[in-house]
Design a protein around this ligand. Structure first.
Ligand code: GLV
Ligand code: MN
Ligand code: MN
Length: 450
């Protein structure tokens, strides 16, 4: 293990994790400091991120697209997304990184290492849900930046470069499907198919990408990287309920997205007798309830969501003739997810006496295990730091999920308040953010030096 100087900000030579000072955080203060610099001992194991700087960066980024309830609305490829990207690029330039942008608008910021190639990658996304929070994605991006800033503070030269990536349109809110920046790079989507996607106003993905000036030249192909490690809020209640500080993420569950179209017959609300109606909304409502029961039969892991719902022609006194809605099904076991899909399709067929139904699946992400060595690298770091942790799967999709298909990948989770995410009240504490970033720092160092 190479030796490095201690944090110059500390008189005693004791490296502390900034912000961990309140009494309630005493336990973690102990956990953080006991593995950190002690006077007279100088080693890379003692290296600490600056938690206040990380927190300030998260708060500054959250001002771009800030909502009244304290969240963020920064949809992919909007002017606000551009502002967030510009700020991140400015910060990365100040941190002396080399910036490249690929054909998908993914931004790569590289801090050089002793050798030129095979960077160790980290990253996440800056786009949010329409009523999103300050942390989903942003926390991972700014943790990567904080790692780079920390390495700069201590003038540490890593063996391999450290590369921070901002992936385009992870959320899939404005343009469906989700995770397309990493998905194109991994070869899961064709670049031109994604370029042709349109938002609800008919605007094309590629036109919006050019408009915000983030259609780069770098080919969107598989990176020649050593590994990809992403840190993210958990977005569920498991870590908080267990009082654990870190999730060592071992698997990504499977995800399937569908558009369901139900076609009935428009007719007068006051004159059409109930038995002869072909009411598309009533049939769609039955399907939506079936989505719920299909997921419930497969609890605790199964999930089923109807998140978008359009009813035509949209008049109080006309029986709806057409309904189009989205279905999101998830399960960690691919065979079970396949069964859930079959149950959905079979159920829609039982409604054929009322309406025509179509189920168009347009996105499948198969459940997958993360790379064993990367999971173990995170695991070892967490154990060395003495943080309470558990191994877990991710229920949310992440860019790491596509990276896992092409390079060794794993993830680090931290708790979020009440397990709430995709909501303006989404919150993670400064200490939890610091802990995850600290794990990221040491995992990236470990993989870079090994
Ligand atoms: C990404 O946010 C997802 O849908 O899980
Ligand atoms: Mn996310
Ligand atoms: Mn999200």
């Amino acid at each position: 293990m190479q030796n490095w100087p201690c944090d110059p900000c500390s008189d005693s030579g004791l490296v502390t994790l900034h912000g961990l000072t309140s009494a309630t955080n005493f336990r973690y203060l102990y956990l953080f400091t006991r593995n950190f610099c002690v006077p007279g001992i100088h080693s890379m194991e003692n290296l600490s991120i600056n938690s206040e700087r990380l927190w300030q960066s998260i708060m500054e980024m959250a001002e771009i697209g800030a909502t009244e309830k304290g969240g963020c609305a920064r949809l992919a490829l909007t002017d606000l997304d551009k502002q967030a990207r510009d700020l991140l690029v400015q910060w990365c330039r100040e941190a002396k990184c080399k910036i490249e942008v690929d054909e998908m608008g993914n931004i790569f910021s590289t801090r050089p290492g002793k050798v030129k190639n095979q960077p160790v990658m980290t990253g996440s996304h800056l786009d949010t849900q329409p009523t999103g929070g300050k942390f989903d994605g942003v926390y991972g991006v700014l943790s990567g930046l904080e790692v780079i800033r920390t390495l700069n503070d201590h003038q540490i030269e890593t063996s391999h470069p450290i590369q921070l990536v901002v992936w385009t349109n992870e959320e899939g809110s404005r343009f469906q499907p989700a995770m397309v920046g990493s998905g194109v790079v991994a070869g899961a989507f064709e670049l031109n198919d994604i370029y042709d996607c349109r938002d609800a106003d008919g605007l094309r993905f590629v036109d919006e990408l050019s408009r915000i000036d983030y259609k780069g030249n770098k080919p969107a192909t598989i990176p020649n990287a050593r590994a990809y490690i992403e840190v993210h809020i958990e977005q569920g209640p498991i870590l908080e309920d267990a009082n654990d500080l870190i999730g060592v993420v071992t698997h990504q569950q499977g995800i399937r997205w569908y558009t369901v179209t139900v076609t009935g017959k428009e007719s007068h609300a006051g004159t059409t007798p109930m038995p002869i109606r072909q009411d598309a909304l009533m049939a769609a409502a039955e399907i939506a309830l079936k989505v719920k029961s299909i997921a419930e039969v497969n609890t605790p892991s199964g999930c089923g969501t109807v998140g978008m719902f359009d009813c035509y022609p949209g008049s109080p006194n006309t029986i709806p003739g057409k309904v189009v809605f989205s279905v999101d099904l998830r399960h960690p076991d691919n065979a079970t997810l396949e069964e859930m899909e079959q149950q959905l399709i079979n159920f829609t067929k039982t409604l054929s006496n009322q309406c025509d139904t179509r189920v168009d699946g347009y996105w499948k992400y198969p459940a997958r295990a993360f790379d064993e060595n990367c999971v173990e690298a995170v695991h070892k770091v967490v154990q060395n730091l003495g943080f309470p942790y558990q191994k877990m799967i991710t229920g949310a999709g992440h860019d790491a999920s596509y990276m896992a298909q092409v390079i060794p990948t794993s993830m680090i989770f931290i708790p979020c308040k009440d397990g709430i995410s995709h909501n303006e009240v989404e919150h993670a504490t400064m200490d939890h953010c610091a802990a995850g970033c600290q794990v990221l720092l040491h995992t990236l160092l470990e993989i870079s030096q090994s």
